[in-house]
Design a protein around this ligand. Structure first.
Ligand SMILES: [Zn+2]
Length: 517
């Protein structure tokens, strides 16, 4: 194709001016960087030690206690005829006391709080809260030790409310051992093991109510985070992570947990949607970069093992020396917001602009969710504790704890990450700003992958700089920039976008939406 006569001249003038004034010196001095394969970060001994403290027995004790409240329906908060020690208010009180117990054990290191509010209710058809109802979120804060970074927050959550077959039934059993005492136990157990450590930024261990009525508790908490200006970098929602164990069932994978991440952020405006289309960032939302960070961290702390095939050969029989690999417990990224057509508490945080993902077991069993306990035609319906696998939940808790502690220890994410050059330039020039409290010795890394790859494959160590020129076309690969400290703690990567312009530059304005002619 040929361009009009004025177009190349303008483009040349712009490129020449930008290159000479801004990057000429950099290009002249820096050798062209090349990438190396991404490898796991070194393990942090303190984090590895905390993961060893995660206890299946303690998780079992937490879930047993939660089930003992009989029915944790959010609507039971307004009941006056419940037996003592039952209902959601009793559950909230116990979670608060448990967080306080852990805090006492670490010299008061946790701030234990309640976020109480009243949902007014609605009589509209399909409303699941029909009268004013008190909701209580219970949470513990492990405050960051660096004042410059303490406003950075990573958060783990599960919903402690439960339900049975009838949304409005508050008196018959609703054990909710998997949905979602399992996720609640992940949050509580993470608090227990991580409260023994200190981090420069803040970790919040949250348990919410109202999930079953429409994500009401998490919505209130996400708005609190937004209104108070928290720099909430990561939300890990654990919902149905019990590793359902049903006799005779096939298809479960006890080595895998799904990590759901949305491709298009919750609050995207139509203008932002046009930019996502224009620069091809539909697979690089903050939630998806968080999912990739979770996979990266899992490679540091979970390793496959091998075992002799004939480990149990009877005495006197020949030994088979062949080995079998036992896969490490691992996250599997699922590139969608949640399970098909369904929802969860992470979306409340996504909708406020925060990076949020959902952990869920590999294969759900719907006979063991939202069911009033009963047997019909030989099938047992109940979200009963006997179907939970505490070793599986412990692995989910270890993965959550590894992610929370690594991100809380890592420097903040690079800020205002931008691609500087105009579209008609085969190099890639990236620029960013240091986050607050960037520690001495820390550095930045550029990661990249082919457009068809799900995860980062290559990395370039940029050092302690805030601009880099890379002789690889941004058309052909996807770039991200992340922070790393001297111990190897890595932040999640940030996808670079063109910087906002104060005046239009000829030949470089974003393309308008496609026309029909
Ligand atoms: Zn749930």
């Amino acid at each position: 194709m040929t361009a009009g006569p004025r177009f190349p001249a303008r483009l040349f003038r712009y490129t020449a001016v930008v290159s000479l004034l801004t990057f000429g010196i950099l290009y002249a001095q820096e050798p062209a960087p090349t990438g190396s394969p991404v490898t796991p970060a070194p393990a942090d001994p303190a984090i590895a030690g905390a993961l060893q403290q995660v206890s299946p027995d303690n998780i079992k004790a937490i879930i047993t206690k939660l089930v003992s409240f009989n029915n944790r329906s959010t609507l039971s908060s307004m009941d006056t005829d419940l037996k003592p020690g039952t209902g959601i208010n009793a559950a909230a009180d116990w979670i608060e006391s448990e967080f306080k117990r852990y805090s006492d054990a670490c010299g008061g290191c946790l701030e234990v709080k309640r976020d109480e509010f009243v949902e007014p209710g609605s009589t509209a058809p399909l409303s699941r809260i029909t009268k004013p109802t008190k909701l209580t979120n219970v949470y513990a804060i492990l405050r960051g030790t660096d004042p410059a970074q303490a406003n950075r927050v990573v958060l783990v959550t599960g919903h402690y409310d439960s339900r049975n077959s009838d949304n409005f039934n508050t008196h018959d059993p609703a054990p909710g051992a998997n949905d979602d005492a399992s996720g609640t136990a992940v949050s509580i157990e993470s608090a227990r093991v991580l409260s023994k450590l200190k981090f420069p930024s803040t970790i919040i261990f949250l348990t919410v109510a109202g999930e079953e009525q429409g994500l009401n508790g998490s919505r209130h908490f996400a708005k609190l985070a937004k209104s108070e200006g928290w720099d909430l970098e990561a939300v890990l929602n654990n919902d149905i992570v019990g590793g359902d164990t049903t006799p005779g069932a096939v298809g479960a994978d006890k080595s895998a947990v799904r990590v759901f991440s949305e491709g298009v952020p919750g609050p995207t405006t139509i203008e932002q949607l046009h930019q996502i289309q224009n620069i091809g960032s539909e697979n690089d939302s903050p939630a998806r970069e968080l999912a990739r960070a979770i996979v990266d961290i899992s490679h540091t702390y979970f390793h496959p093992t091998s075992q002799r095939l004939s480990a149990n050969t009877p005495a006197g029989q020949p030994h088979n020396m062949a080995m079998k690999m036992i896969p490490a417990f691992h996250p599997v990224m699922i590139f969608r917001r949640d399970r098909f057509g369904r929802g969860g508490d992470h979306t409340s945080f996504s909708n406020e602009g925060f990076a949020a993902v959902r952990f869920t077991e590999w294969l759900e069993n719907f006979s063991h969710q939202h069911q009033t306990p009963r047997v019909e035609n030989g099938i047992e319906y109940a979200d009963d504790i006997k179907f939970d696998d505490f070793n599986y939940i412990a692995n989910v808790a270890r993965l959550n704890s590894a992610v929370l502690s690594t991100l809380a220890a890592a420097p903040g994410q690079p800020q205002k990450v931008a691609v500087l050059n105009p579209p008609y330039d085969t190099r890639t020039v990236l620029r960013w700003e240091k986050p607050a409290g960037f520690p001495a010795g820390a550095a930045f890394e550029v990661v990249y992958r082919d457009t068809t790859q799900p995860d980062w494959t290559n990395v370039i160590s940029a050092g302690d700089v805030t601009t880099i020129a890379i002789p690889i076309s941004k058309d052909n690969v996807i770039f991200g920039v992340r922070s790393v400290d001297t111990a190897g703690h890595r932040s999640a990567a940030v996808y670079p976008i063109p910087p906002p312009r104060t005046r239009p530059v000829p030949g470089t304005t974003p393309a308008p939406p496609p026309s029909t002619n």
